[in-house]
Design a protein around this ligand. Sequence first.
Ligand SMILES: C[S@@+](CC[C@H](N)C(=O)[O-])C[C@H]1O[C@@H](n2cnc3c(N)ncnc32)[C@H](O)[C@@H]1O
Length: 367
Amino acid sequence: MNQGNEEEQLQQIELFNKTLATYLEYERFTMNSLQKEQNTISGLYLKYGKYLDEKQILTKFKRLNEAVEKNSHFLHTVVASQLYATNQTETNFQKLFQEIVQQFSITEYNISRVRTIIKMVVRDWSSEGLEERKSSYGVIKKYLLEALPDLEDRKKFSILVPGSGMGRLAFDLVREGFQTEGNEFSYLLLIMSNFLLNSGLAVKELPIFPYVSDTDNILKIEDRLQEIKIPDTNTFEIPKDSKFSMSGGDFVDVYRKEEYKNTYDCVVSCFFLDTAHNILEYLEIIKNILKVGGVLINFGPLTYHWSGMNNEVSIELSLQEINEILIKMGFEFLIDEIKSTSYSNNQKSMHHTNYDCAFFVCKKTSK
Ligand SMILES: C[S@@+](CC[C@H](N)C(=O)[O-])C[C@H]1O[C@@H](n2cnc3c(N)ncnc32)[C@H](O)[C@@H]1O
């Protein structure tokens, strides 16, 4: 192994362990935040005691703490499964957890990502996420199933899902018989999706409490304590001889390589194009990796992820400009519609965001 490769591998291991430490530190950080919240309200007893029900407040925080403990138990299970899978010889997981945590300095920002990820689990792997999935993944699936009604054709049809997140869309396509590859660059997401896809969990085996840290737009205390049971499906129920893989890494770094040229029959970008620093680069790579006759199926808004960030390149084109560029690249539009959906919506919140998403299908017509 050359030195460059070795260094890169060490960096990957470091990043992997830091991600595990982030999951392990969720409980400490989140309990601290809850304690601060409780202290603030307790500080009002002297002046506003007659309006506040101390017993109710104590019960509320006791229950919130219990919910955080259960989330933490879930995250510890995820971490333990990863350590088990990476052939760690140490069997005392508590000791191993401590050693990992001690190596890193985790920030509140890192933990806020974990809280977001727990909510993304609801989108992809719970019955509560079903409506949201129907109005996004469902639209993509419907198109593909109508285009390829025969299972034997689907088995030969290769799809890449970049920015596959929690992996549900890629999984659903595998379940319909397509050869599917997901791609994701966030270790937090890769580790979580790997756990959910490969642990053989029974339906509704694990409870999570995704909204326990939310303090805005809460109608009732109970809504913060919503228990969601995951997963909603058995991930081992896929057709025989299914081809399902996941690549870890930045979409640009991985797929700009020559070896991927003219490889896929389809690229499905769902809530992904706007993650680009330079969307032209994404589109060019997609064009290169598609076979002639292959299609790009896009579903998503244009909430450019790098917009407004200092020192970050962010090219923010309108949908119309993107369509014109795709045509200049040699794509022919088969479908060009707007479809409404939400993203990681908490059904019980007072706040809901809806996106009018660009749903388009375009075919690569030339090399
Ligand atoms: C908004 S989420 C969408 C996830 C999923 N497709 C869905 O619809 O729920 C965008 C995803 O793209 C991933 N992502 C962002 N930039 C990426 C890149 N350059 N390469 C690979 N994945 C990327 C993020 O980590 C995240 O999982």
